[in-house]
Write a protein of this length. Sequence first.
Length: 352
Amino acid sequence: MLNTKLLVRRLQPGVLLSEEEYTFLIENCTEEDREYLAHKAREVCESYYGKDIYVRGLIEFTNYCRNNCYYCGIRCGNGNVSRYRLGREEILSCVEEGYGLGFRTFVLQGGEDLAYTPEEIGSLVSVIKKKHADCAVTLSIGEWEREVYQYWFDCGANRYLLRHETADKNHYEKLHPKELSWERRVECLYHLKEIGYQTGAGFMTGSPYQTAKNLAKELLFLKELNPHMVGIGPFIAQKDSPFSDYPNGTLQMCLLMLSLVRLALPKVLLPSTTALGTIHPNGRELGILAGANVVMPNLSPVGVREKYQLYDNKICMGEESAQCRDWLSARVESVGCHIVTARGDYIGMVQK
Ligand code: 5AD
């Protein structure tokens, strides 16, 4: 007979449980187990990264997308979105503003928008890197051919974020139209790693049809992929999407998964996400206390922010970048940590 207290005590850093054991723990864990795991996850995080919390300046530069993921507010089938694209100069001015505020990582994120050619993206990356050699550039623009990923890497991109969304192929097919394939998604992640990117995978907690067994699989999948970053946030229903009537993911489940991922991959860079801050007023602080060590404030021009709504009620829509950063700093300090401007590379990874 399985017992959560015993399972929780077995979770030393880097130790994995079996799929059956994780499933049991996820289904049966008590408030006390969760607190114990969060405490332990924070301790493990601090043994590598201390109380430092890394910031990444997020620039959402296009909300055009060719895909139609059922959960997402900017899917191509959503006719109620006012679409925008930032031009090269606008993107570069977000970078300048962020640089002045102390940001040393810029995340260029967008839908899969074919209006930007690989050359244009590559040239943007080179310009940013040439101007600010002390910065890391992260791309988060979806699935591309290996050659394109390689080209952007050669232009100077350091990191790439591509959430796999779920580790279970059948579950993936319930969240996406048939044009999108789980195998292809995972293949992209392996390509990114092979090329040498600091690679970020990730998934939503509480997405429609997700089971405890799916979540258990996440941990085994992540251990195998061994990414440098893992983005985890609760599913939040978007009113114009086919999943508008599904319940949001819970705070507790997201925090539990953050802690379990921290323990399974002790050195991983783990953001406390905007989605977590959206479902609970102290979500991001609680995320840090459960083992997260990255925050990603928005550097996009205030005028376009409300158009980049992947889900409803997203926070931080109105504030200027500087306000956003100051507000986050105060929040991070309220839980005994501090924001640092360092690039915040994966431990032991040396990159240009
Ligand atoms: N709720 C929460 N997260 C979402 N994402 C997309 N739509 C939603 C939603 N409705 C997440 C996906 C995607 C990332 C950019 O945002 O995991 O990879």
